[in-house]
Write a protein that binds this ligand. Structure first.
Ligand code: SF4
Length: 255
């Protein structure tokens, strides 16, 4: 079992949510986001348990989560993943697998669906083949094939979402629009989430400009029905420094 960490919250936008993190990855991304922080940056408390699957499941049974994320590094490297999913499906939660998509061939995609995964989020780091190779040291082809495979299996109980990172010089707004065109040719109803690169000391890429984020979103929206995005890291820091309630102004007809 590759699970090395678990975090949960009783209240995440109204839901009880748990995340199981798996160690090991088949990619070697420059500035791997996971390596920066292997634990939960939002956790305020820590609890220690005897680390085995039974005890992890006991924790989950107590929480009764609505949603369980399988993520961390790359869960599909775990030879026990199917067995783990089989066991957690008994909890009746919505199971989301987060993957780089590099190891999901058709057979494995069918197994994941049959075992009880409800949603797969494929994170594609760069659409351009050369830039993907440079950034991850791996080919983008298996990732694109995984997207094509998973789409054929989609139904109301098994959904696919694509995530991509806006990285200046690696995955620019024009690359993201090309990714959106690729997805739209398969199915324009597949949702795309755009995450701006978080700057990291010693790593060559800068935080994207806000206008690039907006360009990436509006370019993708020309081709897909559902496009959403995360704010810039600097914006979030700014919001955290100045917590305040949004001010709403009501306008009514004069009496
Ligand atoms: S795919 Fe994710 S976990 Fe793997 S190296 Fe890249 S950023 Fe890190």
């Amino acid at each position: 079992m590759n699970i090395y960490h678990m975090s949960y919250t009783q209240k995440f936008v109204g839901e009880r949510m748990a995340m199981l993190s798996f160690k090991g990855c088949n990619f070697e991304c420059i500035g791997c986001l996971r390596k920066r922080n292997e634990c939960d940056i939002y956790a305020e408390e820590r609890k220690y348990i005897d680390w085995n699957l039974d005890n992890i499941l006991t924790e989950l049974e107590e929480l009764k989560p609505h949603r369980i994320y399988l993520g961390g590094y790359e869960p599909t490297l775990d030879p026990d993943l199917i067995m783990i999913i089989e066991r957690i499906t008994k909890l009746g939660a919505h199971i989301v697998l987060m993957t780089n998509g590099g190891r999901i061939d058709m057979e494995y995609a069918k197994d994941l669906k049959k075992t009880g995964v409800n949603e797969i989020i494929i994170g594609i780091k760069a659409f351009d083949a050369k830039k993907h190779l440079y950034y991850t040291k791996r080919s983008v082809k298996p990732v694109l094939t995984a997207i094509k495979n998973l789409v054929t299996l989609e139904d109301a109980y098994f959904r696919l979402q694509i995530e991509t990172v806006l990285i200046p010089g690696i995955n620019d707004p024009a690359d993201i629009e090309r990714l959106a065109i690729f997805i739209s040719r398969i199915d324009p109803a597949i949702a795309l989430f755009i995450e701006p690169w978080i700057p990291l000391e010693g790593v060559e890429f800068k935080e994207p400009e806000k206008r690039d984020l907006i360009d990436a979103v509006s370019g993708a929206m020309r081709h897909l029905y559902v496009v959403s995005y995360h704010p810039l890291y600097s914006e979030i820091n700014e919001i955290r420094k100045t917590p305040r309630k949004a001010k709403f102004i009501e306008i009514l007809p004069e009496q």
